[in-house]
Design a protein around this ligand. Structure first.
Ligand code: FES
Ligand code: FES
Length: 161
C-alpha cells in the first residue's frame, strides 16, 4: 500500500535538510530512516523512559511520541551534535568523569535533558535536577552518579563562563 508522504524542511544539527515522511512516522523513525542517526532510541514507545529524547527548538521532546511532520520549520538537535566542536561538552565530560552510566542505553537522553536543565537553570538544586530528569529512566540504576554528573557539569560550565 502506498502512503502519501509529506515533504518537510528543517534544521538538523545545524544543517538545513529536507525529507519525505509518511504522516504516521514519529521523530525517531525520521532520524533513523532518513538520516541514519541512531542516538535517539525507541525503547518504551510510550513517553515513559526518555531514551528517545531530542531537542526541538531547544526543548527536550520524547521522539517516540512526537510526530515527525511537526518538525517542519524547526531546529532539531540530537545527541550526535551534543559535542562542543571537535571535543566533548561539559555535560558529556562530567558523565564520563563521574561514571554516570553502565550500558549507556539511556545516556543520550540524560545528556540532552541535562543540557536543557543547565541552559534554563545553570545552578540547579538537587530537587530541580530530580524534577528535570524524572522522565528519564536508567535500567542500570546509575542515578547517584548521574546526579553527581549534573552537579559537576554545572560547576564546569560556571568555571568556563
Ligand atoms: S522510547 Fe520514548 S519515552 Fe521511552
Ligand atoms: S546506563 Fe544502562 S540504562 Fe542507564
Amino acid at each position: 500500500m502506498n502512503t502519501v508522504q509529506r515533504t518537510i524542511r528543517f534544521t538538523l544539527n545545524g544543517e538545513a535538510v529536507s525529507a519525505d515522511v509518511p504522516p504516521h512516522w514519529n521523530l525517531v523513525e525520521l532520524l533513523q530512516n532518513r538520516f541514519a542517526l541512531f542516538g535517539a532510541r525507541e525503547s518504551c514507545g510510550q513517553g515513559l523512559c526518555g531514551c528517545c529524547t531530542v531537542l526541538v527548538n531547544g526543548t527536550a521532546v520524547t521522539g517516540c511520541l512526537y510526530l515527525a511532520a511537526l518538525v517542519d520549520g524547526a531546529e532539531v538537535v540530537t545527541i550526535e551534535r551534543a559535542a562542543d566542536g571537535d571535543g566533548l561538552d561539559a555535560v558529556q565530560k562530567a558523565f564520563i568523569e563521574c561514571g554516570a552510566f553502565q550500558c549507556g542505553f539511556c545516556t543520550p537522553g540524560f545528556i540532552l535533558m541535562t543540557r536543557q536543565l543547565l541552559d534554563e537553570k545553570p545552578d540547579p538544586t538537587e530537587d530541580e535536577i530530580r524534577h528535570y530528569l524524572s522522565g528519564n529512566l536508567c535500567r542500570c540504576g546509575a542515578y547517584p552518579e548521574i546526579i553527581e554528573a549534573v552537579r559537576r557539569a554545572a560547576r564546569m560550565r560556571k568555571s568556563t563562563s
